[in-house]
Design a protein around this ligand. Structure first.
Ligand code: GTP
Ligand code: MG
Length: 370
């Protein structure tokens, strides 16, 4: 918490560790560079060396990144990030699997050896689409509530034989609230009793006017089971992405969002990161939520190790100090001291929040009143 090793302090002051040790010795404190000193001693040293004391604040950390706007000249087109939403059993998972299967069949890689919560698919015109394989709108809401809305386009899956259902409508509302454009995938058109036109009509009641009804929302009739019109769906996404002119600067320290994270038995803490801007590289030092680390390895959606990941690319990151939470931001920083400082600060903040939210027992309340 409020301690720092002599070496870390020296790094931050851009002084030699040995010089600090010498000064400490004179102050009557025989320590080595790897030993920790308390905050008061650190402050004393800092002033002694004629430096300014600068405490880290959350504002310092976050504003730094929010305010550092990328030079428009450096922006490059990036892949759209797509989330699939819809009512239970309408075929979200089947559709994702079919799209992913199409990708593997296209000879992209030997096969999926490992499932990560996000993956990329190539469209017929050669562009790339990133899909977030989240369990529908719950994750979407959770991420959005945490200010981590990573979705560019929402695909609303509606089963043509079942029509609009409560969760379809919820999905529409979530996408609208997030300001995310919707593409409607009318699924299960192979089924007897499928009535795509009925779906289009019902959508009107929720102000979703598809192209066939004279509106601007794209709709595609698909069958995840028979793999019908998957190309058309990918085309629709590519078209929507083109209109949005999605861009990011790949040439900077990376920033990304945690899509999911877990403690892996063999590999330790692992997070699936969706890179938002910059390029994440093996060896990069980072802060991720309240954890810090150094990228030990990056694994892509095909289970292959890669050296780097640019904007809109999902990768598994190894080398975290602990398990972050979905929605947390990963930010690459310049040095380890900075990473640890920010992580420690955030851990402290999180702890404070938890303590503040701890339920007060009746006993405690009475004694407080007494
Ligand atoms: P939850 O994750 O439980 O919300 O469901 P889901 O929306 O992911 O649906 P899922 O993909 O699990 O599909 C539900 C059922 O519908 C499964 O039995 C699928 O085989 C079937 N199904 C999905 N797509 C199609 C389709 O295009 N045609 C037909 N006939 N069946 C389909
Ligand atoms: Mg599912």
């Amino acid at each position: 918490p409020d301690t720092i090793t002599v070496q870390e302090l020296a790094n931050r002051m851009a002084e030699k560790g040995a010089d600090l040790v010498k000064a400490l010795f004179k102050m009557g404190m025989p320590v080595t560079v790897n030993q920790t000193i308390d905050q008061d001693t650190a402050e004393l040293l800092v002033t002694e060396f004629g430096h300014e004391i600068k405490r880290v604040s959350e504002a310092d950390i976050d504003i730094r990144h929010d305010m550092d706007v990328d030079d428009p000249a450096k922006l490059q087109p990036r892949a759209p990030v797509v989330t699939i939403m819809g009512h239970v059993d309408h075929g979200k998972t089947s559709l994702l699997d079919a799209l992913r299967g199409a990708n593997v069949q296209a000879g992209e890689a030997g096969g999926i050896t490992q499932h990560i919560g996000a993956y990329q698919v190539k469209t017929p015109d050669g562009s790339i689409v990133t899909f977030l394989d989240t369990p529908g709108h719950e994750a979407f809401t959770e991420m959005r509530a945490r200010g981590a809305n990573v979705t560019d386009v929402a695909i609303l899956v509606v089963a043509a034989d079942d029509g609009l259902k409560p969760q379809s409508i919820e999905s529409i509302n979530h996408a609208k609230a997030a300001g995310v454009p919707i593409i409607v995938a009318i699924n299960k058109i192979d089924k007897e009793g499928a009535n795509p036109q009925r779906v289009r009509e019902r959508l009107l009641e929720h102000e979703i006017i598809v192209e066939a009804m004279g509106g601007e929302v794209q709709d595609v009739e698909v069958s995840a089971l028979k793999k019908t019109n998957l190309d058309k769906l990918l085309d629709a996404i590519a078209l929507q992405a083109e209109i949005m002119e999605l861009k990011a600067n790949p040439d900077r320290n990376a920033e990304g969002t945690v899509v999911e994270a877990k403690l892996d038995k063999g590999r330790g803490p692992v997070a699936t990161i969706l890179v938002r801007r910059g390029t994440l590289r093996v060896g990069d030092i980072f802060v991720c939520g309240a954890e810090s680390g150094r990228v030990r390895a990056l694994v892509n959606d095909q289970g292959q190790q890669v050296k780097e990941a640019g904007p809109s690319m999902p990768v598994e990151v190894l080398g975290l100090g602990g398990v972050p939470m979905a929605g947390d931001t990963l930010v690459v920083v310049d040095n380890e001291a900075r990473a640890r400082e920010v992580a420690a600060y955030r851990q402290e903040q999180a702890l404070k929040k938890r303590t503040a939210q701890a339920p007060v027992s009746l006993e405690g309340m009475f004694s407080a009143l007494a």
